[in-house]
Design a protein around this ligand. Structure first.
Ligand code: ADP
Ligand code: MG
Length: 538
């Protein structure tokens, strides 16, 4: 008899499972909440968030991906949107908030369609179709440009409203110079631009160093503080007498033997230093330690030496000075030596730093970021990173689009026309996709304290005449964004729309969430997040 049948346990006890509509609602809600969290930060007039971690450390930021990374998100669908932000960050370095809020809005629109009993597969297919069309439209409104003036505007747009106000233009110039300097065959390795930050000065005191700054001091006070026409050796082995591998015991039977033993060690150290000096090197960066005695001899030889330099810094030093990193002192030769106009130890805000400057055609440079306090410097650093990302993307890709919501409105407009020509229910999904993109100008307006409905109406009207009309968030007017100098790399928009669409599509296709009960405490967190703050009972 049916009611006496034993239940069959397929999944282990404690597994939580949501099926069909429940799963979709839960995932959509999680995505929406996440997008809602970051949307107030969008645009030059977006607000900042203060994030406090479990140790009480504070981050004040406006940067989408930083917020999401710090938030420690548990919900699986929400995590997928965090991935969107991270991909955006890795691929182009800017547009993270945009990507997440578009994804959130796509989910929100999908929810309405689901309520109209449209099958999620149809919605996902419509979204995919719309996303492809959106890229086509975006291509037609992108402009070929990568001249210096364009690059500076792109950098300035990325930094607007991110704590750099007073120094936006000089910073933008500095960033463009940095990117241009490290560019090799049209490719920009962003890692070759080092950002070194120090509080205690104004943001506009930030500088570009044609070389590398190392946050270390020279090992010995007897060494020169400044070396001009520096000849630089890079070693990644310690300068000391090697310890015996196995525990060895040395028996000394009379005092003269002891003396001889010490002398022999001294001689070995002296030989190492002689070898370095013989290559003509007058500056030494060592990734490992430098023995006291070696320090003494190096100082006597007038060599400025720095020890325990980070591996990443060694690589940058190599890129900047042309020196090769040598693993074995015996192998060091003149060809391995690099050059810099000057190497010096300078005191910045009470701390010593080594400046390797005036390198000839360096393929690694450093931006020294200044600001009044630690939090200011950190936010400026994030703004600079975004700006480096957009300038690099523009250099590599050579294409820009207008900002201020202009491309989103234009794509929405043309997508709606396109939707009219589609038969069947996908049409609704394509229209929904179009409307979802309008979340960008809408949010820009809201964050600027403007009426978002009015702004959208005006923008749509303005797009009857030009595809470049966007919202000037400072004046509240609709203006030609290209003329206003608010421009972004084509790649940023392309990636934002693509990854938002893919994430939304993926989340929509899920109709079953099976979560194993984990043995640690995250088990409880999981349940809690399943309800995601204020989730309506299902
Ligand atoms: P994201 O993390 O997505 O880059 P931002 O907070 O940097 O988010 O905001 C980017 C948005 O702000 C883009 O849509 C960009 O066009 C817009 N924007 C930047 N500067 C201006 C400006 N001066 N006027 C209007 N919109 C701007
Ligand atoms: Mg940005």
């Amino acid at each position: 008899m049916a009611q006496e049948q034993q239940p069959i346990l397929v999944l282990p006890e404690g597994t939580s499972r949501y099926l069909g509509k429940d799963a979709q609602r839960m995932n959509i809600l999680a995505g929406k909440i996440l997008a809602e969290t970051v949307r107030t930060t969008l645009g030059p007039r977006g607000m900042d968030k203060m994030l406090v971690d479990s140790l009480g450390d504070i981050v004040v930021t406006n940067d989408g991906v930083t917020i999401l990374k710090e938030m420690d998100i548990e919900h699986p669908a929400a995590k997928m949107l965090v991935e969107v932000a991270k991909t955006q960050e890795d691929e182009v370095g800017d547009g993270t908030t945009t990507a997440v809020i578009i994804a959130g809005e796509l989910l929100k629109k999908a929810e309405n369609l689901l309520e109209m009993e449209i099958h999620p597969t149809i919605i996902a297919m419509g979204y995919r179709q719309a996303a492809e069309k959106a890229q086509e439209i975006l291509n037609t409104i992108a402009i070929d440009a990568s001249d210096r003036d364009t690059l500076i505007k792109v950098a300035m747009t990325a930094m607007t409203g991110k704590g750099t106000e007073k120094a936006r233009e000089p910073l933008a110039e500095l960033i463009v110079d940095a990117v241009k300097q490290v560019e090799e065959d049209g490719e920009v390795e962003k890692d070759h631009i080092k950002i070194e930050k120090k509080e205690g000065a104004a943001v506009d005191d930030s500088t570009l160093v044609q070389g590398v700054i190392i946050d270390k001091e020279r090992v010995h006070p007897g060494m020169p503080k400044k070396v001009e026409n520096a000849k630089i050796a890079l070693l990644n082995c310690p300068i000391e007498v090697k310890e015996t591998e196995v525990d060895a015991e040395i028996r000394i039977t009379d005092p003269s033997q002891m003396q001889a033993f010490i002398e022999q060690e001294e001689q070995m150290i002296r030989d190492m230093v002689d070898k370095i000096v013989s290559t003509g090197a007058n500056v030494l960066f060592c990734q490992k330690g430098i023995d006291d005695l070696a320090q003494h001899y190096l100082a006597k030889a007038g060599v400025l030496a720095v020890r325990r330099v980070k591996k990443s810094d060694m690589e940058k030093l190599s890129k900047a000075t042309g020196a090769s990193i040598v693993t074995n002192i015996e192998d060091l030769s003149e060809e391995d030596i690099g050059e810099a106009g000057v190497v010096s130890e300078k005191k910045i805000s009470g701390e010593e730093m080594i400046f390797v400057e005036e390198c000839k055609e360096p393929k690694a440079v450093t931006i020294l970021v200044r600001g009044s306090t630690e939090h200011v410097v950190s936010e400026v650093e994030r703004a600079i990173e975004d700006a480096i990302g957009v300038v690099a993307a523009t250099v590599e890709d050579g294409k820009v689009v207008a900002g201020g919501g202009a491309p989103e409105i234009e794509i929405a407009k043309r997508l709606k026309d396109y939707a009219d020509a589609i038969s069947g229910r996908e049409q609704l999904a394509v229209s929904a996709f179009a409307e979802a993109l309008e979340i960008v100008p809408k949010t820009l307006a809201e964050n600027a304290g403007l009426d978002s409905i009015d702004a959208l109406v005006d923008l749509r009207a303005a797009h009857e005449t030009s595809p470049y009309m966007g919202l000037d968030v400072f004046e509240g007017d609709i203006v030609d964004m290209n003329k206003a100098g608010v421009i972004e790399p084509h790649k940023v928009k392309k990636q934002a729309i693509q990854s938002a669409a893919e994430a939304a599509e993926m989340i929509l296709r899920i109709d079953d969430v099976i979560a194993a009960s984990s043995s640690d405490s995250s088990d409880e967190d999981m349940d809690e997040m399943g309800g995601m703050g204020g989730m309506p009972p299902m």
